[in-house]
Design a protein around this ligand. Sequence first.
Ligand SMILES: [Zn+2]
Length: 188
Amino acid sequence: MEVSEATPKAFEHEAVFERFNQFVDQGVELVRQGRFQSASSLLRSEEMAREIGVRYDRHPTGVIVIKPPGEKDAESIVSAQALFSNFDHGYKATREEPLIVLSPISFSDEARKGTRGEILRRIQQNEALVFLEEWLHAKQWREGKPLCGQEDSEIDVAIYMRNKGIELTPEFLNRHGRAAVLTKTKAR
Ligand SMILES: [Zn+2]
């Protein structure tokens, strides 16, 4: 029997790629199902980042909610979280070692107890969408091209999510001019 000539390195490369795609798919599925907290805890994976050659910010600036937020506060909370989160790269301008920053939102006991269910859920939904967004930027970087053929990487991730059946929030759509573009392009 002929022994395969495939080098361990090439094999390992393929395996990492496979694991990464599975990881992203799993995140997509959890968000699609509305399991936002499970999605967020899955996606905060330093190990996955390391495997694909991305630095993972262990001490990102987070948002700490100390009092039960109303609608307006919730908007500020999720926009700060989105601002602090980042995949620092450029899928055209190659960077040797990108950095992924996932800014967490945490609640004091008082805030958690006092926050209306729908507001809490909206905050958690936005947090999960942003975490997924940063990993999708990592996927763009790894693949060296847009995921849905969109030149604008921010539009590209939004269309990717929508095509996967993920519900996008107004806050998410209002960033990077996504809303205007997404209403013009039909869901697949
Ligand atoms: Zn983005």
